[in-house]
Design a protein around this ligand. Structure first.
Ligand code: ATP
Ligand code: MG
Length: 214
């Protein structure tokens, strides 16, 4: 083998920069996808892993859609972007999904990767309430994106957390899963708010109380 002290590392040896897109995805919509694409594009990420939450700590008591359906919709939504993948790690672990447990497990399994946690405005403001946030903030940096219904005020965050948040700028997308569920229940269209494959699946399967006549 040739000695190789002074040459550049082959690209396969470069540290992979991985974005974590966590959420309930109930259902996944264009806001989630554009947030992930923005982080990929602006923050030098190599991939983004979509990690559906099993039981979200800060939504305790809310009855959501079953995990299998949410995961299926995530997979349909991301199938045309090879740099996105779905990771059912929190669903497989079961119970309440704490991000610190997920990130610790990922770092153990992929010690050669660097992880970046992507979050929208609402979750940025929630950060001080996250389980073991100091430990989590030491392990990952957060990539923040603004939601038009909740403008980001980083000054609200304690300094040690604020220092770990980098904002990326995405075109404002005023879509939420809550609004999508409400539209479907009211018999309204969600076409173009979600990827077409997700729209088709929701309508064909009658998910979220949707009716198939739109
Ligand atoms: P729900 O209304 O059920 O809470 P949601 O639309 O907020 O759903 P989540 O699954 O709770 O979606 O969010 C997952 C992540 O995506 C969070 O970090 C959230 O802030 C972010 N996010 C969701 N919608 C948008 C959006 N329209 N623009 C930017 N970020 C978003
Ligand atoms: Mg939410």
């Amino acid at each position: 083998m040739l000695g190789g002290q002074d040459h550049a590392l082959p690209s396969s040896s470069r540290i992979q920069q991985v974005g974590i897109m966590g959420g309930t995805f109930d259902p996944i919509h264009l806001g989630h996808l554009l947030a992930a694409e923005t982080a990929l594009d602006q923050c030098g990420l190599d991939q983004v892993w979509f990690i559906p939450t099993n039981v979200p700590p800060l939504k305790a008591g809310e009855q959501g859609t079953d995990a299998e359906t949410r995961l299926r919709l995530v997979r349909l939504a991301i199938k045309s972007q090879p740099k996105f993948q779905a990771l059912p790690i929190e669903l497989e672990r079961g119970g309440v999904s704490y991000s610190i447990d997920t990130v610790s497990a990922l770092q153990e399994s992929y010690p050669e990767y660097a992880f970046h946690y992507i979050i929208g405005s609402d979750r940025i403001h929630d950060l001080p309430r996250w389980h073991r946030i100091e430990e989590l903030a030491a392990l990952v940096r957060f990539i923040g994106v603004e939601r038009p219904d909740e403008l980001v005020d980083l000054a609200k965050l304690p300094v040690p957390i604020r220092e770990r948040v980098t904002m990326a700028s995405m075109p404002p997308i005023g879509i939420s899963s809550t609004a999508i569920r409400a539209r479907l229940l009211a018999g309204r269209s969600i076409r173009y708010l979600v990827p077409d494959a997700v729209y088709q699946e929701v309508v064909v399967e009658g998910l979220y109380g949707s009716r198939s006549d739109y």
